[in-house]
Design a protein around this ligand. Structure first.
Ligand code: FMN
Length: 283
C-alpha cells in the first residue's frame, strides 16, 4: 500500500452503486473496520460495521447530511469520550480506516456534521457519556454523482486547499513566524506537507497549522468557536487535527523520516492558535 498515493486519490464519495461488496472483499473490509488502532495520545479504537436495511436507509437517509449520501447500505463508525485528545485520536484512527478502504477502491465519506445520531447510537449501543464523532458510508462509488453531491462539492469547494504558506510556518529566532512556500521545502518534507495539506476536513476549513523550528514540527488548531459550537459534546475540528497527524505520520513513515510525537508546547508569544502536539525528527 502506498499511503501518499492513496491520500491523493481519496475524495468524499456521496453517491454509491446499489451493488455491494461481497465475498473475500467483504471479509477484508470487516478486518479493516474492526482492527484496533491507537492514536498519538494513546486512545484505542476499533470501528463497528453497520448494514442498514432498506427500511432504515429511509430514516438514516433523511438525516444523513440532509440526504446528501445516496444509496449507501453499509456504514461504519464508533464512539469516544468528548475531550479533545480522545477526538483527535478518533480522527487519526478513523482516517487510517478510510485510507485502507480507499486502497481497495471503495468509496467513503467523513460524516461528522448532520446525521441521525440517535439512530446510529442505538446501532452502536452507545454507552452513557460517549459521543459518536463521525461515521462513514462505504461501498462502490456510483459512476455518476448525484446532483446534490455535485452541489455539496461545489459549496464546500472540495478540491480546493489553502496554499501551503497559510498552514506551514517557520519560527525564525529573530523575525518570528514566517510562512513557508512549497519551493522552500526539500524532499521528503515537500511530499509530507503535500499529504497534510490535501487531507479532508469538516466543511473543508483546514484548521491545521504547523510551525517548524529546527527538527521540531509543532501542530496547532485554528479552532473556529462558532463552528465547533454547532455540534454538542465535542469539537468537530479536533477530528481534522487527528486527520492531519495521521497524514503526517503515514507520509513520514513511508518516506523513512524517523521521529516521534511529544507534548512540547514552545509557547510562542505571537501564536494564537491552540497547541496540539509536536513531532521531533530523530537523527
Ligand atoms: C470531520 C469531518 C466531518 C465531515 N462531515 C461531513 C458531513 O457531515 N457531510 C458531508 O457531506 N461531508 C462531510 N465531510 C466531508 C468534507 O466536506 C470534505 O472532506 C471536504 O469538503 C474535502 O473534500 P474531499 O473529502 O472530497 O477531499 C466531513 C469531513 C470531515 C473531515
Amino acid at each position: 500500500m502506498n499511503f501518499i498515493e492513496i491520500m491523493d486519490k481519496r475524495i468524499s464519495v456521496r453517491t454509491y452503486s446499489t451493488t455491494v461488496p461481497e465475498g473475500e472483499l467483504f471479509e477484508r473490509i470487516q478486518r479493516i473496520i474492526k482492527k484496533e488502532r491507537k492514536g498519538p495520545f494513546g486512545n484505542r479504537y476499533s470501528m463497528t460495521f453497520m448494514d442498514i436495511d432498506k427500511s432504515s436507509i429511509e430514516d438514516l437517509g433523511k438525516m444523513t447530511s440532509y440526504g446528501m449520501i445516496k444509496n449507501a447500505r453499509f456504514y461504519f463508525g464508533g464512539y469516544a469520550d468528548g475531550g479533545d485528545r480522545a477526538i483527535i485520536d478518533y480522527g487519526y484512527c478513523f482516517e487510517e480506516v478510510l485510507l485502507e478502504l480507499t486502497d481497495l477502491d471503495l468509496g467513503t465519506c467523513w460524516v461528522g456534521g448532520t446525521f441521525g445520531r440517535s439512530f446510529i447510537a442505538s446501532l452502536l449501543s452507545l454507552p452513557e457519556g460517549k459521543v459518536i464523532p463521525a461515521i462513514s458510508p462505504l461501498g462502490y462509488p456510483h459512476e455518476k454523482r448525484a446532483f446534490v453531491e455535485k452541489l455539496t462539492r461545489m459549496l464546500a469547494r472540495s478540491r480546493r486547499r489553502k496554499p501551503l504558506s497559510k498552514i506551514l510556518f517557520k519560527q525564525n529566532d529573530e523575525e518570528g513566524l514566517a510562512p513557508v512556500h512549497p519551493e522552500d521545502l526539500q524532499s521528503p518534507l515537500n511530499e509530507i506537507f503535500h499529504a497534510v495539506q490535501h487531507g479532508p476536513s469538516a466543511s473543508n476549513k483546514q484548521p491545521w497549522r504547523i510551525v517548524m523550528h529546527n527538527d521540531m514540527f509543532h501542530f496547532y488548531c485554528d479552532y473556529n468557536k462558532t463552528y465547533n459550537a454547532l455540534i454538542k459534546g465535542f469539537h468537530i475540528q479536533s477530528l481534522d487535527m487527528g486527520i492531519a497527524l495521521c497524514h503526517f505520520t503515514k507520509a513520514a513513515e513511508e518516506l523513512r523520516l524517523k521521529g516521534k510525537f511529544s507534548y512540547s508546547d514552545p509557547k510562542y508569544e505571537k501564536v494564537d492558535w491552540i497547541y496540539i502536539l509536536s513531532w521531533n525528527i530523530k537523527r
